[in-house]
Design a protein around this ligand. Structure first.
Ligand code: S3P
Length: 449
């Protein structure tokens, strides 16, 4: 008998239950797998390709729902983007300042990166009017973090609750440069302001309290923008107006997607798994550092640089984990991996404390509350903190009904937790995984067979 049976039940409303039934204790994860393209880099490649002069070719684009939202918004504003049905995507750029006024509301779907980065571009397209919305999760997420600095630059933006919630309406303006001291370490905030600075005459600077992912900086430079980066103060300055020229972008595998297999490999006894072609940009490798702190056996193999981003194959072997404290400057470098890190902590010796991560409460779901509730339903001991979680490790999980709350990272984290639970786990609304990892369930079935 196979050590686990993984099935998908599709309901009448097209929502999917992922059912993971551990039949024996013989499961171990072996082999070599690849994860889909990095979501953050995929969004940026589509956006910069659309607004640059000339042709951009993107290899390895994530074909998930979020990048599809970005592509359809830019297509609605005149960019010529080849259909997102292959990982090789061609973009004919329309040139900076040439986004057309869309005839309908732009829809960013579930994607915070799409709406927040795009707002910087829309706000600086003088004389054009845009409206933008998203799904119910996105319409409840805070937009004031980008609206306020854009307003300081002279942007005109309207929306519910003092322009803090989508749908938003934007009347494009000629903006003025500012030096923005962001209260949060957020790549979406930083990138929004840098994109607004592209067409703004003069120096637009963002300073953040800790370094967030730097894919925008790397890609803007590669497309020809003039950037000054001061690592001492975590400041980036863009010198506008910029000239952007189409490029070839090679998107590495997403470390945020690899994180599910890293934790699976660590917690499932006897595993030895290689995840190939993973982006290991230091602003994203907090998960590797946190798992190393906990005693995980993860090795980098075949380290190389591909189109301006560091890449490696990651070999993970099952390991005994020890609880630890994860807080401070590492948090922005593993913010999306905290749900799966919580799963690792459940199987660690001792207590794990995650702090300084209040941002998790305003992601696709309140990831602190949802992870604590769902893991506790399975028998874990997770206590919510205002800005994180305290997890008492070494508890045995028992399969039960759990819910993703339509959050892709919650759905996938619970699936990995289920691999080490006895009995049957039924994850409701598991189709959410397609936001960032359309092949997650087939890959899970493959490595568990
Ligand atoms: C992202 C930045 C992060 C991250 C999100 C993607 C990006 O959000 O959580 O999934 O591509 O810039 P914040 O910048 O809000 O932390």
């Amino acid at each position: 008998m196979s050590p686990s049976v993984i099935t998908v039940e599709t309901k009448e409303n097209f929502s999917q239950n992922l059912v993971i039934n551990r039949t024996t204790s013989e499961l171990s994860l072996q082999g070599r797998i690849r994860v889909p393209g990095d979501k953050s880099i995929s969004h940026r490649a589509l956006m910069l390709g659309a607004i640059a002069q000339g042709h951009t070719q993107i290899q390895g684009l994530l074909l998930g729902e979020d990048p599809c939202s970005t592509a359809s918004c830019f297509q609605a504003m005149g960019a010529d983007i080849s259909p997102l049905n292959t990982e090789l995507v061609q973009v004919k750029g329309i040139g900076l300042g040439n986004l057309q006024e869309p005839v309908d509301v732009l829809n960013a779907g579930n994607s915070g990166t799409t709406i927040r980065l795009m707002l910087g571009l829309l706000a600086s397209h003088s004389g054009r009017f845009f409206t933008i919305t998203g799904d119910s999760s996105l319409r409840s997420r805070p937009m004031s973090r980008v609206v306020k600095p854009l307003q300081q630059m002279g942007a005109e933006i309207w929306g519910r609750q003092g322009s803090s919630l989508a749908p938003l309406a934007v009347q494009g303006q000629n903006l003025k440069p500012i030096h923005y001291h962001s209260p949060i370490a957020s790549a979406q905030v930083k990138s929004c302001i840098l994109l607004a600075g592209l067409m703004t005459e003069g120096k637009t600077t963002v300073t953040e309290p800790a370094l967030s992912r730097d894919h925008s900086e790397r890609m803007l430079r590669a497309f020809g923008a003039e950037l000054d980066i001061d690592p001492q103060t975590n400041s980036v300055t863009i010198n506008g107006p910029a000239q952007l020229t189409g490029q070839t972008v090679i998107v590495p595998g997403d470390i945020s997607s690899a994180a599910f297999w890293l934790v699976a490999g660590v917690i499932v006894p006897g595993s030895n798994l290689v995840i190939e072609n993973v982006g290991v940009n230091p602003t994203r490798t907090g998960i590797l550092e946190a798992l190393a702190m906990m005693g995980a056996d993860i090795e980098r193999e075949n380290e190389r640089e591909v189109a301006g981003e560091p890449v490696a194959d990651l070999r993970v072997r099952s390991s005994r984990l020890q609880g630890c404290t994860i807080a401070g400057e590492i948090i922005p470098r593993l913010i999306d991996e905290i749900p799966i890190l919580a799963v690792a902590a459940v199987f660690a010796e001792g207590t794990t404390v995650i702090k300084d991560a209040a941002e998790l409460r305003v992601k696709e779901s309140d990831r602190i509350a949802v992870m604590a509730q769902q893991l506790n339903k399975m028998g874990a001991q997770v206590t919510e903190l205002p800005d994180g979680m305290e997890i008492t490790g070494n508890t045995s999980l028992v399969g039960t009904d759990v819910d993703s709350y339509t959050d892709h990272r919650i759905a996938m984290s619970l699936a990995i937790a289920a691999l080490n639970a006895t009995g049957t786990t039924n994850i409701q609304r598991a189709e959410a995984a397609a936001v960032s990892y359309p092949n997650f369930i087939p890959t899970l079935q493959q490595i568990c067979s």
